[in-house]
Design a binder for this molecule. Structure first.
Ligand SMILES: NC(=O)c1ccc[n+]([C@@H]2O[C@H](COP(=O)([O-])OP(=O)(O)OC[C@H]3O[C@@H](n4cnc5c(N)ncnc54)[C@H](O)[C@@H]3O)[C@@H](O)[C@H]2O)c1
Length: 391
């Protein structure tokens, strides 16, 4: 198994998100990608061409995790597969990197956490926003005390391109994703948890399917559609299922309010049919407020009267660009996974955080679908709760 110097990695879900394998494939370095499983042989061929021509590939993921020459598995398959794939890999004695959301139900997450604890192996979640310069900068400002004690968080998420990424394939059916508050929003709910250092305890939410969905046949695809020359949502890429098909049943317009531990009030607004793509975060504390602007790559800090020297200046942070996908976060999260295995380093993206963002997303989705009432967030599982409080 782990030789001590190099981690041998296999990927379940070879394309799409599985392309982060390129950051792990460093034959002369601390990790190497030696295998992949995918349902589609052509994607496995692409994987070999793109990542490692000598990789073992299979359409049956069980063959991949059974291999003795693999130390760790990256689960980059769709959300509804995570529970099965992550648990099987842990039970086979592999370390696991599991993409977000950890699973599509709270029970699914808890099953993964149980398998993790029983395995004695390492597990981490693909929360790459925790590794983006923008959000690391905001966390550092809050931790410095510059805005005092946080009392309110407002997050607006403009998911331009939402129609493309979330309504042209499996994401748009709740049986595959539960809803887009877990799917897409799990990142943002996690950033709210991470930067405040508090988990949400109860939520109330409103939402609806206000733009996508409709009465088109489920098997209609954009290339075959008679309206492809006039449809505003015609697919620009490889995801081609009609965004107005009957089976689409996840909300495209969501508004969640939450109360966090310690009484912090937070809101998360997510809309999938905006023209622009950006996330706008505001944290308000007893001594000031910070706000990011993703389009300018800046964070603004406004201070208020506090009888400390902190009130003497407002500040503007220019966030540095970083190389690599997702604002430079993907190479760093991949490195963190390897450092965790080889050096025992505590990862920034922890399994418990993965579970708690799913718990909030599920509670909010339940609130929406039951008319907007308050829903209590499923609390941290008893299973080694103290050991897992930060992990
Ligand atoms: N952290 C991030 O920034 C980020 C970004 C994109 C996607 N993701 C996550 O990555 C996961 C994959 O998303 P995607 O958009 O790449 O999905 P996708 O539909 O493109 O699937 C990824 C790969 O998994 C394969 N696959 C599908 N079902 C499989 C199965 N049963 N067994 C093995 N392989 C299977 C597909 O053929 C594909 O090659 C999702 O959970 C998503 O939330 C995370």
């Amino acid at each position: 198994m782990t030789a001590g110097k190099q981690v041998r990695i296999g990927v379940i879900g070879a394309r799409g998100r599985g392309t982060i394998a390129k950051y792990w494939h460093q034959p002369e370095g601390r990790s190497i990608v030696v295998g992949a499983a995918d349902l589609y042989p052509e994607r496995l061929l692409e994987f070999k061409e793109d990542i490692n021509p000598d990789a073992f590939v299979t359409t049956d993921y069980r063959e991949l995790i059974a291999r003795d020459d693999i130390d760790a598995i990256a689960v980059t398959s769709p959300d509804f597969c995570h529970e099965e794939h992550a648990i099987a890999a842990l039970k086979a004695g592999k370390h696991v990197f599991c993409e977000k959301p950890l699973a599509i139900t709270v029970a699914g997450c808890d099953n993964i956490l149980k398998a993790w604890k029983e395995s004695g192996k390492h597990l981490m979640v693909g929360f790459n926003m925790r590794y983006m310069n923008m959000y690391r900068t905001m966390k550092e400002i809050v931790d410095s005390g510059a805005i005092g004690e946080i009392k309110a968080v407002w997050v607006r998420h403009f998911v331009g391109w939402g129609g493309y990424f979330y309504f042209h394939d499996w994401h748009a059916n709740s049986k595959n994703s539960t809803g887009l508050l877990l799917q897409k929003g799990s990142h943002d709910i996690d950033i709210i948890h991470w930067i405040t250092g508090r988990y949400a305890t109860k939520v109330s939410a409103f939402g609806g399917l206000d733009f996508y969905g409709g009465d088109k046949p489920n098997d209609l695809t954009c290339p075959k559609c008679e309206e492809r020359d006039t449809c505003t949502e015609v697919s620009p890429g490889r995801l081609i299922e009609c965004a107005f098909r009957q089976e689409v049943n996840v909300e495209d317009n969501n508004m969640v309010i939450m109360e966090l531990e310690g009484g912090i009030k937070a809101s998360y607004l997510q809309c999938h049919f905006t023209p622009d793509y950006q996330r706008n975060y505001t944290f308000i504390g007893t001594e000031g407020r910070l706000e990011n602007n993703e389009l300018e790559n800046k964070v603004y800090v406004y201070t208020r009267r506090s009888n400390t020297e902190r009130e003497l200046a407002d500040r503007v942070y220019e966030v540095k660009e970083a190389k690599g996908t997702h604002g430079g976060a993907d190479p760093i999260i991949c490195k963190d996974f390897v450092d965790m295995i080889l050096d025992g380093k505590e990862p920034v993206a922890t399994p418990l955080a993965g579970r708690m963002s799913v718990a909030v997303g599920c509670a909010a989705t339940e609130s929406i679908r039951k008319g907007g009432g308050v829903v209590t967030v499923s609390s941290i599982p008893n299973l080694a709760a103290s050991a897992m409080r930060n992990g």
